[in-house]
Design a protein. Structure first.
Ligand SMILES: Nc1nc2c(ncn2[C@@H]2O[C@H](COP(=O)(O)OP(=O)(O)OP(=O)(O)O)[C@@H](O)[C@H]2O)c(=O)[nH]1
Ligand SMILES: [Mg+2]
Length: 202
């Protein structure tokens, strides 16, 4: 992994902690695409962009550990959504920021971290979220780890919606409208098979 001495430290957090109901409850990160588990595609694309990777998973943690990156499970029980994964990561890391991304998006931008970081720096923001031109992509975000107490409080109050939490903070969007296809995510086996036939977009 390359070094980025000019930036504050950033840990990438690959979110693989969901239930994958649309995939019949399989462990989505381990579902195969083009001969490799989905998470391997994601690791390959994010590794050159950061110094540290964390995998957030709630099942099959030994299998995820094989990739040589720390694996953390949600500290809140019962699959309470991606924010629970953000929190588990923040509780674990010592970096200034986390960059979150899902395990089911194998085509993620090659400059995801750079664009998020520049948007954050330009605005002095607490959070930078990807925007594909049509909509926000809320699980692709750069978040200051100083927000851990805020996130703990939000989740303890029973709130779960990412967008609502973002709205409580100085949040900016980073423009990815030139490469919207990079946010394609695979939620069903049919989508996986269609993707396979079409080849990798972008
Ligand atoms: N840590 C954690 N991550 C989650 C949780 N729920 C969803 N995610 C992650 O959030 C990202 C986007 O969620 P979805 O694509 O809807 O994944 P999912 O919830 O597993 O799938 P569905 O049940 O089919 O909606 C994925 O990377 C999931 O792994 C959760 O309860 N905890
Ligand atoms: Mg998805």
């Amino acid at each position: 992994m390359s070094d980025h001495p000019s930036r504050g430290s950033i840990t990438a957090v690959i979110l693989a902690g969901g239930k994958a109901r649309r995939m019949g409850g399989q462990d989505k990160g381990l579902v195969e695409l083009a001969g490799q588990p989905l998470i391997e595609h994601v690791i390959a694309r994010i590794a050159p962009q950061v110094n540290q990777i964390l995998i957030n998973a709630n099942r099959n943690t030994e299998q995820y550990a094989r990739y040589g990156h720390p694996v953390v499970s949600d500290t809140l029980s019962d699959f309470q959504g991606p924010l629970a994964g953000f929190l588990a990561a923040m509780q674990q890391v010592e970096s200034d920021f986390i960059v979150t991304l899902p395990c089911d998006g194998p085509c993620l931008p090659a400059d995801l971290v750079n664009r998020l970081y520049h948007a954050q720096q330009a605005a002095g923001a607490e959070i930078a979220v990807a925007h594909d031109g049509n909509r926000m992509q809320p699980v692709y975000a750069l978040i200051s780890t100083r927000l851990q107490p805020s996130l703990e409080e939000f989740l303890a109050a029973g709130e779960r919606k990412i967008d609502w939490w973002y709205r409580k903070h100085n949040t900016v969007t980073a423009d990815f409208s030139d490469i919207p296809d990079t946010f394609l995510n695979i939620n069903t086996l049919e989508e996986r098979d269609r993707f396979r036939e079409a080849g990798q977009p972008g």
